[in-house]
Design a protein around this ligand. Structure first.
Ligand code: NAD
Length: 284
């Protein structure tokens, strides 16, 4: 039976380490501050933002939520970002995406100061990730790397297959695996022979967004299987992209959903905010 990678426990350990660093920073008069902008009333976005606020408070950050109506104009939103860019008590800024219709996600990402871009979505930070000198790690892929490291799994020389090529998960995931000397294959909706490629993977990362997409016949015995997907199954129950019950007996290690990658994403957001606060205050 596979090692079940406990993202909840690993995220809690990481949050504990962050909280300890916050104590040290506070003793020097620095409180890391994160501002989260929420435009409109999408229930899923409201839940995500609430969870981020709660996590910030638990590690001792200053957290500010800016709620804007769905009728906010592009200019008004950019003006809010600009004010946050200039505030000394705010070290990290994120705008919950997707934005309501009529507002431009990419313009808002571009407007956030790269120094405060704790989601690592700004083109400048994406470029840093590409050349391997990143100041902020892309939260979900970096969360996956933490799970791999803290489970004692090495990436070097392994064949890593990433299913999905989005800017927030698939592409940066592939770059982080490459940086650790994995041999990386990126698969996507137009890939031919997907199951064959997946069967060659020592490390298989699924970021597709389709319930039970990765079936047992796509997994090599002993492989590490990381499930980034967040879906609902036919009974409305939360599930990942991997058919967990069928794949667990074959895999060497596997992340469950929930309780795998999900808790790591917020923990890495906290880590990035801590990094931003240190950088903006000249702390090593
Ligand atoms: P996306 O829709 O932007 O990308 C999905 C990718 O899957 C695309 O690149 C597409 O090419 C690929 N794909 C689609 N159908 C395919 C097929 N038949 N064969 C092979 N590839 C196919 O989604 P995303 O933002 O990258 O998110 C992926 C999943 O991860 C979603 O379920 C999302 O909810 C979840 N997610 C989880 C976290 C977390 O914290 N755990 C964070 C971000 C996203």
């Amino acid at each position: 039976m596979a090692l079940r990678i406990d993202g909840k426990a690993i995220a809690a350990a990481l949050r504990g380490e962050i909280a300890a660093e916050v104590e040290t920073l506070k003793a020097r008069g620095i409180t890391p501050g994160l501002a989260v902008i929420l435009v409109g009333e999408d229930p899923a976005s409201q839940t995500y933002v609430r969870n981020k606020q709660k996590a910030c408070q638990e590690v001792g950050f200053y957290a500010e939520q800016i709620d804007l109506p769905a009728t906010t104009t592009q200019e008004e939103l950019l003006a809010v970002v600009d004010r946050l860019n200039h505030r000394d008590d705010i070290h990290g800024i994120l705008c919950q995406l997707p934005l309501p219709r009529g507002l431009d996600d990419s313009a808002v990402i571009a407007a956030i100061s790269p120094d405060k871009d704790v989601d690592a979505f700004h083109a400048e930070n994406v470029g840093h990730i590409m050349i391997g000198d990143q100041r902020f790690l892309p939260c979900t892929p970096a969360g996956v790397m933490e799970l791999i490291h803290r489970s004692g799994i090495s990436v070097e020389g392994k064949h890593c297959v990433v299913i999905g090529r989005s800017n927030i998960v698939g592409k940066p995931m592939a770059m982080l695996l490459l940086q650790e000397n994995g041999t990386v294959t990126i698969c996507h909706s137009r890939t031919k022979g997907l199951a064959d490629i997946c069967r060659q993977a020592d490390i298989l990362v699924a970021a597709v967004g389709r319930a039970k997409f990765v079936t047992a016949d796509m997994v090599k015995a002993g492989a590490t299987v990381i499930d980034v997907g967040i879906n609902r199954d036919e009974n409305g129950k939360l599930c990942g992209d991997v058919d967990f019950a069928a794949v667990e007996p074959i895999a060497g290690a596997i992340t469950p959903v929930p309780g795998g990658v999900g808790p790591m994403t917020i923990a890495l957001l906290l880590k990035n905010t801590l990094t931003a606060a240190k950088q903006q205050n000249g702390v090593e």
